[in-house]
Ligand binder design. Structure first.
Ligand SMILES: *Cc1c(COP(=O)(O)O)cnc(C)c1O
Length: 379
């Protein structure tokens, strides 16, 4: 089945009690039993909810996986994966990644005895070199937030398999429309569904997708035991978002190409970070594992300073200055003070994330209006 058809029908079954074509929002905490232990498969809504189950099926379908699990946020989904580990286990993680993942690893799970080794995963050899017998998980983000570095999912999954080590890919930036990590051998895919899957900046949610039944059972146990489940209304919103993922992503990609090329020829702009450029250091890998390059990009001004960046960040009229990404509307963000403020400055600078870096989530408005807005803000 082609993507467009899959996205519209993923997880959708007429409601058994009425035939409603859209899965109802089952706003209930519990289910009546006719005798003790005699029920219809639903006991208590932290463990079972039909709206959530429909969405979890949709997550599996759109990521070419067997099982999907929904969480109250992207970081709750990440946290659930970390809870598979025990003290003494080691995780190899990308040195350039979402600040909230770094905070969760360094401030919450390190205290629990998990060791994190941060490497530049855009070179698979670095991952191979960092492997030890204690390495149980490789945590990848590709493209990375905010520097758009690309890691080779297939090469790193092969390394993981050789060492009996799981590989989890945070696929938030690409979305399932552009990239399906399980197809390249990854063990788990994670999304912040808050972003492209929801697509309308009106919900916080996360998900995991995997193929292995035993792993699914372990993660389902963690989901119900720790309780970070999304409510049915939020599940409904993400189910609705997924139905238009393909049309939104097509436009994000078209607008992304136009805005990236516009920025590159602007004489006041310094470096543009976007994996669609042929001279991007890992463009070939991006082309191999992605169907397009999306609407996420970052750039610096020639005058790479906080003051110059602040002027642009405060002057756009269509791009709203806000954290988050992946909604229909365009956003502009300052990673150093906003999304990535939880990473110490020295480490940020070493990783190439300067104080002047500006990140764009190019939305699906008219591309000419977006370029005109950037032109007036850059001045
Ligand atoms: C937003 C984001 C997260 C965290 O997701 P929440 O839904 O905000 O908890 C994780 N990874 C990436 C790449 C993100 O952009």
């Amino acid at each position: 089945m082609k993507l467009a058809t899959k996205y519209i029908h993923a997880g959708a079954h007429p409601d058994p009690s009425t035939g409603a074509i859209m899965t109802p929002i089952y706003q209930t905490s519990t289910y009546v039993q006719s005798a003790p232990g005699v029920h219809q498969g639903y006991e208590y809504a932290r463990s079972q909810n039909p709206t959530r189950f429909a969405l979890e099926e949709a997550f599996a379908v759109i990521e070419n996986g067997k099982f999907g699990l929904a969480f109250a946020s992207g970081v709750a989904a990440t946290d659930a994966v970390m809870r598979l580990l025990v003290p003494g286990d080691e995780v190899i993680a990308a040195h350039d990644m979402y600040g909230g993942s770094f905070r969760l690893f360094s401030k919450v799970h390190e205290k629990m005895g998990i060791k994190f080794i941060y490497v530049d995963t855009s070179n698979a050899t670095n991952v191979e070199k960092a492997m030890t017998p204690a390495t149980k998980l490789i945590w990848l983000e590709t493209p990375t937030n905010p520097l758009m570095n690309i890691s080779d999912i297939e090469a790193i999954s092969t390394i993981g398999k050789k060492h009996n080590c799981m590989v989890c890919v945070d696929n938030t930036f690409a979305s399932p429309y552009l990239q399906n990590p399980l197809d390249f051998g990854a063990t788990i895919v994670m999304h912040s569904a808050t972003k492209y899957l929801g697509g309308h900046s009106d919900v916080i949610q996360g998900c995991l997708v995997m193929n292995d039944q035993a792993l699914r059972d372990q993660l389902y146990f963690i989901q119900k035991s720790t309780g970070a489940v999304p409510g049915p209304q939020d599940c409904f919103l993400v189910l609705r978002g997924i139905k238009t993922l393909h049309v939104r992503m097509q436009r994000h990609c078209e607008n992304g190409i136009k805005v990236a090329n516009y920025l590159r020829q602007n004489p006041k702009v310094g470096k543009v970070y976007w994996c669609g450029f042929e001279d991007h250091p890992n463009h070939d890998i991006a082309k191999k594992q992605m169907r397009g390059f999306g609407g996420m990009m970052s750039f610096t001004l020639k005058e790479d300073s906080l003051a110059a960046a602040t002027k642009v960040l405060s002057s756009t009229k269509i791009f709203s200055l806000a954290e988050s990404l992946g909604g229909v509307e365009s956003l502009i963000n300052h990673p150093a003070s906003m999304t990535h403020a939880s990473i110490p400055r020295e480490q940020r600078i070493t990783n190439g994330l300067s104080d002047g870096l500006i990140r764009l989530s190019v939305g699906i408005e008219d591309a000419d209006d977006l370029m005109a807005d950037l032109a007036q803000a850059i001045g």
